[in-house]
Design a binder for this molecule. Structure first.
Ligand SMILES: C[S@@+](CC[C@H](N)C(=O)[O-])C[C@H]1O[C@@H](n2cnc3c(N)ncnc32)[C@H](O)[C@@H]1O
Length: 218
């Protein structure tokens, strides 16, 4: 399955750049993120807004798992959006759009489900709180909000996550630096204040990172 999903991430010619293909294969093999998001979104047909979508890999994982809801992915990184659009054209996925958007400036209009996967830490604390309240307001009756985030924690896992993020910025995979790692209460409070039912669980898998999965619905 990972090989099939990753295929359109390969360069059109063998001497092209294999970075996106290798990243995708590794992520799909080692990270419990997409199976967890697919489990949360299965049986929900509302359109999905994926905030901080990167290359839009989630759309490929959803379609491979048989989930067909309309998908719109937004990311600040113009080059990732352009590469993601080329990958989309090669894959022929239906009902998928990728657009550039800076979440620190504004939030788009949307009704449906929302995902925020490994992106919150790139926003400052006030923007995170506004974004969480806005995301809660986007959910329709069928909608689900799925967030994965590192939580602020002085532990071996917490420190490993911080080092990995710093490394991703140094090698140029992430253009921006992390600004603020939220605590559990910072994630839960604005969503509960908006009337959502919230569950928050560790999503460690076999990784050394301090990743948590939050799922919220009306
Ligand atoms: C660690 S990557 C996660 C990508 C994707 N969500 C995934 O799970 O594969 C974080 C993404 O957040 C994006 N990002 C950072 N700051 C952003 C902002 N202000 N607005 C929109 N996207 C942002 C980055 O460009 C990057 O693609």
């Amino acid at each position: 399955m990972a090989r099939r999903i990753a295929q359109p991430f390969a360069p059109p010619r063998p001497w092209g750049n294999w970075g996106d293909y290798c990243y995708t294969r590794l992520k799909l093999r080692s990270d419990p993120l997409y199976p967890a998001v697919i489990a949360a979104l299965r049986h929900h047909r509302s359109p999905l807004l994926d905030l901080g979508c990167g290359l839009g890999l989630l759309a490929h994982a959803l379609r491979a798992a048989g989930l067909e809801q309309a998908y719109r992915g937004l990311d600040i990184d113009t080059t990732k959006i352009q590469r993601g659009q080329q990958i989309l054209a090669r894959s022929g996925l239906a009902g998928v759009q990728l657009q550039r958007h800076d979440l620190s400036v504004s939030r788009p209009a949307h009704r449906g489900s929302v995902t925020l996967l490994d992106v919150l830490q790139y926003l400052d604390q006030p923007t995170q709180q506004t974004l969480l309240a806005d995301a809660a307001g986007m959910l329709d009756d069928d909608g689900v909000l799925v967030i994965r985030s590192t939580l602020a924690e002085d532990s071996a896992r917490g420190r490993t996550s911080l080092r990995a993020d710093a490394w991703a910025h140094r090698i140029g995979w992430m253009q921006t630096r992390p600004q603020h790692y939220p605590g559990a209460g910072e994630l839960q409070r604005p969503l509960e204040a908006a009337g959502l039912q919230v569950s928050l669980q560790p999503l460690y898998g076999n990784t050394p990172f301090n990743n948590w999965l939050l799922v919220a619905r009306r």
